[in-house]
Write a protein that binds this ligand. Structure first.
Ligand code: UDP
Length: 342
């Protein structure tokens, strides 16, 4: 019998790509979203890509326990992948209560529902932000976490701990996997789903594509005096489809009873650092265009360099990033052009 995966925040950037990969791997998926930070583009795109016009969509506020209970009563949920959360670092500094309330409450409700049904597989979307400014790179899962520098980052650290404690207290009835994402970028090769930032993008790649299409005048490269080879920050940019596939490996590992511990952590990155300038140059080259950019002062809170050691995910889960940065940046540009109707 097909297994059912609930994807909270399933209409968002990562959630929509994960939904596609789960369906293609043969899972039944329930998309749950309250559309507080996205429109229906992602959900409609997933239906087109997969040909699943009947893809279940539940409009759910995960902060409302009654709604979460009803969801768990309606579907035979074997695993939950939890994305439903706010994600803007700057906004979290300005509105900490809103961030803690939303990101913690929604996850607590999922865990309570998982406990109430006597156990469940829970996959939490964590982030490399938990490593802060690491003392050594690349980072492994054993690299110590650093105190968070924003309420957003803190919700990731706190949710990691909450899941770990819940798994432990459940005696293994609740199982957990924490995936720590590095920098997810790109879009589905169909150009039917991708990132849809509201307002001015905070992240590098949407800012680049919006500048290239003419929506923004000029990209500011934040800092060219970092102690790196070209002076700009180093990151591990991971293709969104590769990242989405990691979720299929993780869910299958849980379902098949392959976990070595009841709560596991995996870095999801390529293992290859790229500087901001290298990324910009690669974007220009692969898409055959010139980008308007200038160097600007450093952005507060940015770490100099971080990239993953993905060995554990490679060897234990059997997952590996496969898409080249060229493919990824082509897909990001195709998506921006699709949005502009070009
Ligand atoms: N960045 C930049 N200009 C921008 C947005 C980002 O130079 O408009 C840089 C940022 O300083 C960092 C890198 O791009 O070095 C990745 O930033 P992003 O916000 O995409 O992800 P983060 O690593 O902060 O999670």
């Amino acid at each position: 019998m097909k297994k059912t995966v609930l994807v909270s925040g399933g209409a968002g950037f990562i959630g929509s790509h994960v939904t596609v990969e789960l369906i293609e791997a043969g899972y039944d998926v329930v998309v749950a979203d309250n559309f507080s930070n996205c429109d229906r583009t992602g959900y409609e795109g997933v239906k087109k890509i997969t040909g699943r016009d009947d893809l279940p969509l539940e409009i759910v506020d995960f902060c409302d326990m009654a709604q979460v209970k009803a969801l768990f009563a309606k579907y035979p949920i074997d695993a939950v992948i939890h994305f439903a959360a706010y994600k803007a670092v700057g906004e979290s500094v300005a509105k900490p209560v809103m961030y803690y309330k939303n990101n913690l409450m929604s996850f607590l409700n999922v865990l309570e529902a998982a406990q109430d049904k006597g156990g469940c597989n829970v996959l939490f979307s964590s982030s490399a932000t938990v490593y802060g400014e690491p003392e050594a790179v690349p980072v492994t899962e054993k690299t110590p976490r650093q105190p968070a520098t924003s309420p957003y980052g803190n919700t990731k650290t706190m949710c990691e701990d909450i899941l770990r404690d819940t798994v432990k207290a459940s005696g293994g009835a609740v199982k957990g996997i924490l995936l720590r994402y590095f920098n997810p970028i790109g879009a589905h090769p169909s150009a039917l789903i991708g990132e849809l930032p509201r307002g001015v993008p905070n992240n590098l790649v949407p800012y680049i594509t919006q500048t290239a299409i003419g929506k923004r005048e000029c990209l500011s490269i934040f800092g060219n005096d970092y102690p790196t080879p070209d002076g700009t920050c180093l990151r591990d940019y991971i293709d969104i489809v590769d990242l989405a596939k990691a979720h299929v490996f993780a869910v299958t590992r849980m379902m098949d009873g392959k976990m070595k511990e009841n709560c596991e952590v995996f870095n999801i990155g390529t293992g290859r650092p790229l500087s901001v300038l290298e990324l910009v140059t690669a974007f220009e080259k692969v898409n055959n265009l010139k980008l308007n950019y200038r160097f600007a002062p450093r952005r507060a809170g940015d770490v100099t360099a971080i990239w993953a050691d993905p060995t554990l995910a490679n060897t234990e889960m059997g997952w590996k990033a496969t898409r080249s940065i060229e493919e990824t940046l082509k897909a990001a540009w195709a998506w921006e052009k699709h949005l502009a109707g070009k």
